[in-house]
Design a protein around this ligand. Structure first.
Ligand code: MET
Ligand code: ZN
Length: 341
């Protein structure tokens, strides 16, 4: 499925229709990489695995989420930036190659998955609706705060010296590379403040980017993103951007999601997406996630309530796994077979 020649919004509406109205996003990428043995204690975090010797792990994680029932898989580029790669001693060209590879590896995984499904359909994939579901590759773009690798994507305060222009200049090239590499969508995710949403909207316009995008914010309660800016104002910026086809929240505690869906819906009639984290809190000093008394272990039982509240795309973020995504897919598609092979 391609968006070329179609308006971004009608492309996405068709996709959601094909999914039956609701779609499944994948789950925690870094979490699953670590489960496969990757050591991500690094400034580049999950983007560290884009070096060629680890690309098999990235492909493996994409396949895990496809097998769990995802309609949309996010690339390993969340914390991948030319600036970040250069700071680690890679050349500019190597940085560009790794960004491109993030999209290519996801596309390879989709092909492998489709191939398996076709070959093994008669025995293993009896649920037609699930087997024939559309699958999109969303290029992940993490915030400037993610590049800083100091936890500021959960605080959202970049200081007075960082302006909309700083942020546009920071993101410009990587967004163009990801688009050129053939992503179906751009997932601007874990956006911590209004400033960065504004920068993304202007960037898409200035560069004449036609690839559909979503804006997803990380929030600290039912009505504010982590910086304290209101989700209503943030979602309003997304609403007025032509290329934005869905708006929502990610890497946010499950207990805030219901209220946030209502707040986002007040600002936009675009499809609403939610992919919460496990409800644990990230401690940047120790680089660890800790359970709080309010942590929720499993938000899958809420999916139908969130759907009733008006959301139409559901997945998981940090500390969620293919099990969560399988649960979501079953809530949406009915029983899913374990694997294609
Ligand atoms: C800190 S939010 C991270 C989002 C990214 N897509 C990931 O799952 O790794
Ligand atoms: Zn996350």
């Amino acid at each position: 499925m391609g968006f070329k020649g179609k308006e971004a919004s009608s492309f996405f509406r068709d996709f959601l229709d094909e999914c039956g109205g609701s779609a499944v996003i994948d789950g925690g990428f870094a979490t699953e990489l670590e489960r496969h043995g990757a050591d991500l204690n690094d400034q580049l975090w999950s983007a560290k695995c884009l070096v060629s010797s680890s690309s098999h792990l990235v492909r493996r994680v994409h396949l895990d989420y496809l097998e769990a029932g995802a309609n949309i898989i996010l690339t390993a580029s969340y914390q991948a930036t030319i600036q970040g790669f250069e700071a680690k001693g890679f050349s500019r060209e190597e940085g560009v190659t790794m960004l491109r590879r993030s999209v290519e590896i996801a596309r390879e995984a989709r092909e492998i998955y489709h191939d398996r499904c076709t070959k093994d359909s008669s025995d293993f994939m009896r649920n037609e609706r699930y087997r024939k579901r559309p699958i999109l590759i969303a290029a992940s773009v993490g915030s400037y705060g993610a590049y800083l690798a100091d936890g500021s994507e959960y605080v959202g305060d970049y200081g007075d010296s960082v302006t909309v222009q700083t942020l546009k200049d920071f993101h410009r090239e990587r967004v163009k590379i990801l688009v050129d590499a053939g992503a179906d969508l751009i997932a601007f995710e874990t956006i911590p403040n209004k400033l960065e949403a504004q920068a993304y909207a202007e960037l898409l316009d200035e560069e004449g980017i036609e690839t559909p995008a979503w804006f997803s914010f990380s929030c600290k309660d039912e009505s504010n993103v982590v910086s304290g800016d209101s989700i209503f104002e943030c979602a309003s910026i997304a609403d007025s951007c032509r290329q934005v086809v869905a708006v929502g929240v990610n890497c946010t505690a499950p207990r805030f999601i219901h209220g946030l869906i209502s707040s986002v819906k007040k600002a936009t009639s675009k499809p609403v997406l939610v992919y919460p984290n496990s409800g644990e809190t990230y401690i940047s000093e120790s680089n660890q996630w800790v359970k709080s008394s309010e942590s929720e272990d499993d938000f899958v039982p809420y999916i139908s309530k969130w759907r009733d509240a008006g959301a139409s795309l559901f997945g998981g973020c940090c500390r969620t796994t293919p099990n969560t995504i399988r649960g979501i897919a079953e809530a949406i598609y009915g029983k899913v077979q374990d694997k294609c092979i």
